[in-house]
Design a protein around this ligand. Sequence first.
Ligand SMILES: Nc1ncnc2c1ncn2[C@@H]1O[C@H](COP(=O)(O)OP(=O)(O)OP(=O)(O)O)[C@@H](O)[C@H]1O
Ligand SMILES: [Mg+2]
Length: 264
Amino acid sequence: MDIPESNNRLRISISSQKGGVAKTTTCLSLGASLAEQGYSVLLVDLDPQAHLTQALTVDPDSLRRTVGDVLLLQANIDEVSRETEFLSMDILPSNRGLILVEKLLHSVNGYEFRLRASLDALKDQFYDVVLFDCPPSFSPLTINALTVSDLVIVPVTCDFFSMQSFRAYTNLLRMVKKNLNPGLEYRLLITMFDRRTRMSMMFLEQFREKFGNRLFDTVIPIDAKLKESSLFGRPINLYARKARSAQEYRALALELQSCQKMTI
Ligand SMILES: Nc1ncnc2c1ncn2[C@@H]1O[C@H](COP(=O)(O)OP(=O)(O)OP(=O)(O)O)[C@@H](O)[C@H]1O
Ligand SMILES: [Mg+2]
């Protein structure tokens, strides 16, 4: 997949119905790696838990405006987005108010396209890559992200429940592709991989067998430094440049730039 050179933006959802599989960590670490490699990046926090917002040391409760205002058409993206202390990486923050926004959206005709319209309307601010951190549910917030994305990265851990959950999720992705966004593709990313356990190695083989070239070659290892980095409010590539996970997220950013289009 080529990262567009000019007005086209690459839009990527990080999404899975399963909780705690490193969606937010991947959004932040991949975003920071792409920024490090020279791209301008917008991170969009679509989770009422606001972990991504907090990871960038923004206090969700202090926000006057959030991505929720964009979804309710009460603000434009450039009125809500904020610079982070990291060069070339902005955030469209979230807070708990998004729970209410999610409920309101249910009754709005065409709510699925709200985010798409707001991004298309962005005139002065240009981003090479927009990354959406989705909540662990198939809600109107997630559907907005999937409708606007070229690619969904689905983080999976090497265990039985993750594999089951991923299978169910592919059916939902197919529905979105069929009804809302024909250009949507998906790829799997193995996260929190523990090469010391036999079970991890076994599931890695199974994922490779079943999903082949939909699986990123890059595998993100389990790494205590990643947990630590969020405590210090810094993306891993800045907190511990040489950590294994930092190197693998950099590799993921490079792989993303070279991977081919796939069809769901
Ligand atoms: N490779 C890793 N090694 C060790 N810990 C990790 C790794 N990736 C993520 N974590 C930790 O696992 C926890 C869950 O990660 P994260 O919040 O990114 O998951 P999530 O999928 O966004 O969760 P949710 O579904 O609640 O949004 C966090 O404490 C995070 O620091
Ligand atoms: Mg999260």
